[in-house]
Design a protein around this ligand. Structure first.
Ligand code: ZN
Ligand code: FE
Length: 258
């Protein structure tokens, strides 16, 4: 076991994606969470003098795997990805699924199945780092669009993530937070924490700063997709007696039309 802290670098790429690189300063192990594009990732690696050893792929969408093959050709890195999308992940060497735990250079990693956005999406949780990489399942103040799965799948996925410790640092695949905040306020308009957070997000984005990572606690307090049981949201939706899944499904469909 190797519980020492990894350095974590987050950087914007493509239109609104984030790249994330984790590095063990002593051993040189360098892990990219997804590979949205080759050049932006390679620029970070080159500028820090890093050699990429692993890519952890979350799902098959192009804006998460576009750099897999070129980065593997250059660095010979190992690519780990979701078993349920194995055939769609370029360059995959090793497939993992919900409930698996594995180690890279002694750093523990748990795989959390988060289908819904795609059928096989997974998140990677590093318990010793207190960090979860949730790609397009859980965003700051939002959740992924349901392209391939069902609302039930996404609801279950978010429930699994929500079970992580409150202090978990949550990294996500996209900077969608400003738009998510506007929607969140439409279903949870009297949540003072949300109102305050939305203001902070505006200021951060005005300065061109990232709103991620977030924490699980903050999401539980302000992200409507984790708050289907909240009486105030239910009142706004006129769904006081509905199930949590029904409320979640309604929130997701309102967001799709927002
Ligand atoms: Zn995606
Ligand atoms: Fe994406």
């Amino acid at each position: 076991m190797n519980a020492k802290k990894l350095q974590i670098f987050q950087f914007p790429c493509r239109d609104d994606n984030y790249g994330v690189i984790l590095r063990d300063r002593e051993t040189g192990t360098t892990i990219s969470i997804d590979a949205p594009e080759t050049d932006a990732i390679d620029d970070v690696l080159e500028s820090k003098g890093l050699k990429l050893t692993h890519i952890l792929t979350t799902h098959h969408h192009g804006d998460h795997v576009a750099g897999n093959e070129a980065l593997k050709a250059k660095y010979g890195c190992e690519i780990i990805g979701p078993k349920d999308e194995e055939a769609k992940i370029p360059g995959i060497d090793k497939a993992v699924a919900h409930g698996d735990t594995f180690e890279i250079d002694g750093h523990a990693i748990s795989v959390i199945g988060t289908p819904g956005h795609t059928l096989g999406q997974i998140a990677y949780y590093f318990p010793d780092q207190g960090a979860a990489f949730c790609a397009d399942a859980l965003f700051a103040l939002g959740c992924g669009r349901i392209f391939e799965g069902t609302p039930q799948m996404m609801f279950t996925a978010l429930s699994r993530l929500q079970a992580l410790p409150d202090e978990t640092m949550v990294y996500a695949g996209h900077e969608y937070t400003l738009a998510n905040a506007k929607f969140a306020l439409s279903v949870d308009p009297n949540n003072q924490q949300l109102i305050d957070r939305a203001r902070e997000i505006e200021l951060l984005r005005d300065d061109g700063k990232p709103t991620l990572p977030t924490t699980m606690q903050l999401e539980k307090q302000t992200n409507p997709f984790l708050r289907a049981s909240d009486p105030a949201i239910r009142a706004v939706l006129d769904m006081a007696d509905a199930s949590d899944l029904e409320v979640f499904t309604e929130i997701r469909s309102r967001k799709d039309r927002f």
